[in-house]
Design a protein around this ligand. Sequence first.
Ligand code: DC
Length: 240
Amino acid sequence: MNQNKRMIVAVDGYSSTGKSTLARDIARYFRIKYIDSGAMYRAITLYALREGLYDRANATINEKALRKALEHLTLDFELDTDSGQQAILLNGEDVEREIRQMEVSQWVSSVSQYRFIREKLVEKQRAFARTDSLVMDGRDIGTVVFPQADVKIFMTASLEVRTQRRFKELQEKGQHVSLEEVRHNVAERDRIDQNRSESPLRKAPDAEVIDNSHLSRQEQLQQAIDMIVKKMGDHPLLAP
Ligand code: DC
């Protein structure tokens, strides 16, 4: 292996499987950058909703106006490498809280189906890896964004476990939604993400599965560390 090579770890999987928790933990453990690609799709969705460019009744966007907006719109991450915490900035504004609300969760899979949006975001995602080692989570990271990723992890968990986790998370944030609404949203996003024609959610053939239905946060991190060390054993980032 080229000792100067950057290390790319792709974490894909179903909605609410804890991809970002694992990816953040991997980033902290190996001291590499973490990019939440879902936050980018969420920020575009928020922008479209705010600007009246999304027609909820027909689940369609104003393509012409959004194409134009994407030419100038900026998306950046504010990263704290020690804590692994990050916030996404949409045209310089911190929208981290807003993009996690149900309103955005409800429409994001629909907005993510458009090819021109995906192309724009994939370009930005690849740019993050030009200079740094990183771990990125999403739906198409191991299949489309970084097909040559060094390590590919695909996460899954039962719908019930995922629903309970997301429900608890929203409650803690003071968002009042029913368990049924959360279950429906999680299942519906999986359905759309797997069935869209552009970069559908798929496990890459060379990805390794982590089913965390019954794993603790530490246990899932340990599985990921073992996978990374097995594949990247002689990489300088792994040196003691
Ligand atoms: O990871 P998340 O739940 O925050 O992602 C929100 C939505 O964004 C997800 O339902 C589908 C879309 N998405 C995508 O299409 N491709 C990605 N790489 C990441 C997210």
